[in-house]
Every structure is written in C-alpha cells, then in structure tokens.
Design a protein around this ligand. Sequence first.
Ligand SMILES: Nc1ncnc2c1ncn2[C@@H]1O[C@H](COP(=O)(O)OP(=O)(O)OP(=O)(O)O)[C@@H](O)[C@H]1O
Length: 929
Amino acid sequence: MATRTSPAPARQGKGSASRASTRSGSGGTGRSSARSGGSSRAPLPDDRPSLPVRAVRGAWLGLAHGVGHAVRAVGHRVEGLDPDDRRDGRALLFLLLAGLVAAVEWWSLSGWFARGVHAVAAGTFGSIALVLPFALVILGIRLMRMPTATGANNRVTIGLAVLTVASSGVAHLTLGAPTISAGVDQLWAAGGMIGFLAASPLSQIITSAGTLLLLLALAFVSLLIITATPFGRIPARLRDLYRHLTGQQAGAARPDEHDRSYLDDPPPARSARKKNRFGRKDRDHRAGDLDEYDGDEAFERALLGEPEPATADIPAVAEAPTVPPGVRRPTQAEKAAARLRAEQGLDADAGPTEALAAVRSTPVAPQMPPTPIPQRSEQLQLAGDVTYTLPASDFLTPGTPPKERSAANEAVVAALTKVLTDFGVDAEVTGFSRGPTVTRYEIELGSGTKVERVTALSKNIAYAVASADVRILSPIPGKSAIGIEIPNSDRETVSLGDVLRSTNARKTDHPMVMGVGKDVEGGFVVANLARMPHLLVAGATGAGKSSFVNSMITSILMRSTPDEVRMVMVDPKRVELTAYEGVPHLITPIITNPKKAAEALQWVVREMDARYDDLSTYGYKHIDDFNKAVRNGKVVPPPGSRRVIKPYPYLLVIVDELADLMMVAPRDVEDSIVRITQLARAAGIHLVLATQRPSVDVVTGLIKANVPSRMAFATSSVTDSRVVLDQAGAEKLIGQGDALFLPMGASKPMRVQGAWVTESEIHRVVEHVKGQLQAVYRDDVTVQAEKKQIDEEIGDDLEVLLSAAELVINTQFGSTSMLQRKLRVGFAKAGRLMDLLESRGVVGPSEGSKARDVLVKPDDLAVTLAAIRGDGPSPAAAASDAGAPARDDRDERGTDLVETDLDGRTQVIDYHDDADEDGSEDAWHLTGR
Ligand SMILES: Nc1ncnc2c1ncn2[C@@H]1O[C@H](COP(=O)(O)OP(=O)(O)OP(=O)(O)O)[C@@H](O)[C@H]1O
C-alpha cells in the first residue's frame, strides 16, 4: 500500500505503482518511490502469483477475515478498523498453531504428524509446550482486534517470549535438570532445549538455586512487560484485578435499586415502542432494527430527542402510590383528585380511580441488576506505551429509581380533567409520561374542538395545578395531541452515572460523548460534543449551568484518555472548576484571570491554524482522518525533519463565564471565538461557552451565529430566552438542572433534566485520573501573543513605521538618516523606527555607520506590512515563509525551527526548503509563535 504524504496524493491503486513503492524500501515515501524513475510508472511485468496460489490465498484470507470479524464482534465490539489495516491472515495462523499444539500436547494425538508437532513444541519448550497455546491465542486475538497497536503488540510479544524462556528454564531446573546425555525424552519432559540453554550454563556459574531465583524474577518482570505495569503501579493493578475478579464494579442488586434494564436491552424501534406504550405487543419491528443499530444511531436518536425506549411488555397500570408523610395543605389539584374520587364513591385511600387508571402513563423499564461497562483498557495504550485505565463505571453512583406515576400525577390529571370540564372543552387527558422533573400530560381534542380552546386555558391550568411553570406544546412533535408540561412536586434527580451507563451512551466509544440528562419521557439523552460542534450554555444564576459543566467534564474524564481529549478550562468565578486542577487532560492550569483567558483563546486560534497547516499539508479534510492516517503510519514527515507526528487529541475549551471575558477584552474575545467557531470543527477543537448573562452584549450576534448548539437553563426573562434559543420557553423552566436543549440542526428544543454529579463522585474520578498521570502543562497558552507585544511596542507610531518599512524595503537600503530625511522625523525617532524594523526581521542588526542589511524583498512588501499591522504572522515568519533571505539567515545562524506539541514537549524541526516535488509549498513554518 502506498504511503500517503502529499497534500493531494495521486491515488494509487493496488496495482503496480503501489507495489513498486512498497518494495522501494525504507525511507522513501510512496510518492517519491513511485516517481523514482520512469520505469516505475510503466506497467510492471506480470509478476502476479499463479491462479491456484491466488485461489488458496483468497480462501485463506476469506476464512481469516471471517474469524477476525467474529473475534472483533465478541465483547466490546471493535469498530472503524480500516480493511487495509487488518492482519487477520497472520492472526489466524497463530490461532491454528495454538489449536494444533493444544491438540497434540493436551489430547496426546498420535501419528507421524502429531509426533512431528510434539518434537518441535516439546523439543523446544519442554513441558511449557502445554501452555504455549495460551500465548499463541493471546497473540492471535490481539492481532485481530488491535492490528494497528504495533507498539503494544510488540511489547506483549516480547513479554511472552521472555516469559516462555524463563518458564522453560524454571521447568528445566525443577524437573530434574537433565543433561544432554540423559536423552531427548528427559529434556522434553523438563524445559526442552530452550530451558536447557536458559538454565544449564547459568547454574554452573551461580548454582541452581541462584539460577532459579533469577529466572523467577525474569518471569515476574515479563508479566509486568506484558501488562505494561510500572513497578510503582503494581498495588493499584492488583487492586483493580481484585475488584474485577470479585465483580465489585457490578455492585449488588439492591431491592431499591434504580431500574436499569436499558443497560442490557437494545432499544426497539420507535414504532414498536409507541404501540407498546398503549399496551399492544408488537415486536416485529424490533429485530430488524437491532441489526442496524449502531452508536451513531444512538447519538442521533439522542440528538433528535427520541428517548431511549422503555421495555415493551410492562403493563401500564401502576401501583397505588402513597402520599409522602408530612403536614401540609392539599393543593387545588389534590383537592380535585379527592373530589373525583368522592364523586365515584371511592374512599380517599383507594388506589387509582377507574377514571385515573384509564389515563395511561409511559411505563418505566423493569428492574434488573446492572452490568458494568466493559473496560476499554485494550484500546488505552497511550503514547509512550503507557497503559491508562478509565475510571470504573461504579465511581458514579446510581440515582433514585424512576417512577412511572405517583399521587402527584394523579392529582394533576384530575385537575386538568376538571378544568376541561368546567370550561366545557371537548377534550380529555389521554396519557402522560413522567420525566424526572416534569410530566408531560397529553390532551386529545374531540372532533371540531379548536386547539386554541385548550391553549387559552393556560392560566386556568396553572391556577388549578398551583404552578406558574406550565408549558404548553401544541402539538407534541410527532403526535396529534397537545402536551402540557407541569413540574412534578416530587421530582427526581438524574444521576450522571445512570446516563453514562445507558444504552445510548454505551453504544458508542467516542471520547467526546457526554451525559446530558433525561428527557420528559424519561429517555436518556447523550450528546457528542464533537458534533455540536460548539455549545452555548446559558441560564440565570442557580439554574444549573455549573452542574451541567461539571457533568460534561466528568463524562469526558470517565470516557477518554488524555491522548484522546485535552481541555482548556476558563473559570473566572474561581470556584466552579477547581476540583479538576491537575487532571492530565488539562493543557494549562485552570485559567481564572479573564485577561489570561482572552490570551488563551488566541492560543487556541494559533493551535487551530497549526492543525490546519498539517491537514492541508497532508491532504486531509478532518482531524479524525488525519489521526487515523498517523496511527496507520501513513503520515510521514518530509525527509530531513526530525518531527515525530502524533495524532492530535480533540481540544475542548470550556469557558464557565463568558461575560467576565467579554468585559475585559470584548473585541479580542469575540474575534477569537468567531474564528475558532467558524473553522475549528475540522481541527477537532470545540468550544463550550457558559454564561449567566445571555444578553446581546455578551452573546453577540456574531458569537450566536457561530455557536449552533444551545443549552438553556431557566432564564430570568423571555428576552434572555430569545437570546439563547431564538424563542421563548426558557423563562418557564423551573431551575435546578431543568433545561431546553437545542442541538445543532434541531428545529425544536428538547426539554431535559440535566445529569447531576456529586462533589464526592467528581473527587473520586479526579483522584483516579490524577493517580495515573500527571498533568503536563504548556507554558505558552496564556503567554501574550507576539502580535500584541508588537502592537504595544509600536504604540502610536504604526503609520510612520509602515511608511518606514515601505521605504526601506522598496529602496533595499536600511539607513537611519534616509528615514530622517524622507519621513521628516528626528534622529531619535528614526533610530527607534529602525530598531522596530530590526525586531520584526525587516532589517539586520546595526553595523556601525554602514547601512543595515534589508532582509525582506520588495515582493514581500504587502505581507510584511500586513504583519506589522497585526493582520498576519510576524514579518520574520512572513519573510521566512515567503522568501529566501530570512531562511538563509536562519541557516547561517544554525537555528532550527521548534515545535511544541500539546504536552509541551518541544521538538526540533530542521528547516528544509525542498518544496514538494509537485510544487506545493513547504509547510514547515511556525504559526503565530
Ligand atoms: N442537574 C441537576 N440536578 C439536581 N439539582 C441540580 C442540578 N443542577 C443544579 N442543581 C441544583 O441547583 C443548584 C445550583 O446549580 P448551579 O450551581 O449549577 O447553578 P449555576 O447556574 O451554575 O449558578 P451560578 O451561575 O450562580 O454558578 C445546585 O447547587 C443544585 O442544588
């Protein structure tokens, strides 16, 4: 397969050019090798294997891919593997060898072939041949499931090899330590030839006991190599193993446990769910949909507001709920319910009245013990071959069990019915679905009844149910019914743990998926921040923004490694995000100073530009494609560069109070935000902006236009709601995490109760994460951009400096007295201008009375002037990009270019000016540094 290095690589098929480049050996890129001579373009002689060979090869690979597919589907499904990356053929060989050795060694097969296999296996490894199949199976399965994790696979292979040698040596010593003269049978029964060679010579030198100890130590070290366990982490690994073996993650099913059948049940089709809600059983749609169901669908379902469906077969009749004890006056609604009961001759303690029981509630799923989320440890080999374990799913505790219906709901149904009857409206309450915070009651109209007759009653309804926060949806999207959302007087908390354990969240591995909460129908809502691609979170103080931001960060910490997601947190309030200080996902300490935050945003712009440079250099449209290519070794730095190209993590920038930033530097902040939001999506950079002041001076039109996803918590006015959502509604929310979620592309906001995570849960997760890796902060994030220093230094002299630059560059004469004369300025000022030009790389250093060297050619005048104005890269960089002088200058001084990656690790890149052979510009330049 050809290696892809150019921005627009000529697509090489699997044919001749491709093979030619592969064969051309190391160092050469696909492109250069393909070009290395005219002959390589000419069709190669037909060196294809003969038909029978191809047929056997095809059959073998077909079988191998089939087995590989099955192996990848078992347990935690491996997805997104590029067909080109599969190594199934080799892996199947390992598995077959394992089977062969097992058949011979375990079941003592006889015959010449079995004897041959035994001679090889036992002759080499002695009695260790008995466990050889395990090692071969491990290697085979790893190769099928993780063919691209070359580093980790090599590590495991080396570890297994060392373990085999050490064990053979131990077997040799403990099983009689036979000498060669004792005959092959004895050697085979002990440690085989490997065991003999590993143990015998050593025991001559350090005695048998010493050798045994040494080999045991070697075996122990090999286990550490296989499991990528540093010495310091042995206790933690043992603890994890213990927890895993004793099933502590799963937790015991308690009788009062939250119903979590959704953990196991794949969601049925929407139509099936609808029918089942009304008691009819129809499972036909379900099986068909299951096969096609994938993580993306789960995401889209969540994003589209489709709740995670409840299980089908539950009868919709609820138990009679008991009213919580406590002395208080009954509300109007309760009185209405009592009246309805009395009218029907039922006593007050009776279960649901017939009339109320007829109003069906959406059933909640039945109780089932939870299953732990499978650990993704196999995928978590970080750069530098560090194994990283994500926090266990039970770090986040389950929430209160969801109720299908309660006395409060019955009371409201009765009150609504009474209002409709009192005002003579031909309509009835036909059902309700209870969410954690609000219940949506469905009202169906009799024929000939106007919708307005019900909507006009909103104030009367509010009065009857004694709640000001009544929201009417007309119609409920997708239904011929009016929805009336009324807060539950017995609201439930939605635990983040439950959301992250839901099927929706588990169907996708994407590291940027966060638990949002539960919708009005009780369905779990998750969202992929990478697809937002930017989010505005707004709401009055105390409405639940910070809790939402906490849930978001905790979701990321629960699901992603620092190699996958990095964060920049801006917390001008200084209290909200302090818990996360020191997590390895952070690029810079939490920023609390608004001025520094503005600078950090400018750094993000520079980071974005750098990523774009890489994307365009290597010809990829999205950072995901680029990362995939890097992982597959398809992105090779140009010859001469010492840069090590690594995948870019997603960068999540969280600003917990935008208003504070907009106060200190409105223009700069707005500029940066607009630039980031317009472009950063493809670069894997995503912004989350939270504010309690959603007014037009904070959330400006430009910012709004570029931040497409919105999460509105309760706002203090309808105007604020309009700023956030472009529509009213958020002012009716009831606070404490009640929100309207409007993801990009959705036309109507979805009402959700935000997920809640406690401080102790956050603490546990953060401690786990920090215990594995230390944060490596970059120190340039909050450093003022060079551009700003220039601005301040130039002060009021910008115009005259631009004239001076123009003069010097056009005349190619760097003389101070010329500036004095032509610009009519004094000596001191002309000297200052010349110094400014020097510091910006336009002229060289002073050489006494001689004129200075001019380093910028007239052709580059425009870009240099733009740079001095602050519209582009520094003049030195502009010049170095554009022309030879600065480059030569750099070479003469022997200065290398320096790149810093997200870990703050600095890499030196040799400057090289061999422009790509296809004429494309060399892209190794510093962006804004
Ligand atoms: N999702 C939720 N579930 C349950 N309770 C919540 C939720 N979100 C917020 N609350 C409650 O509301 C309180 C205020 O929430 P939070 O601090 O997040 O508000 P805020 O909008 O960030 O306010 P401020 O702008 O003043 O920081 C919390 O202390 C908590 O009691």
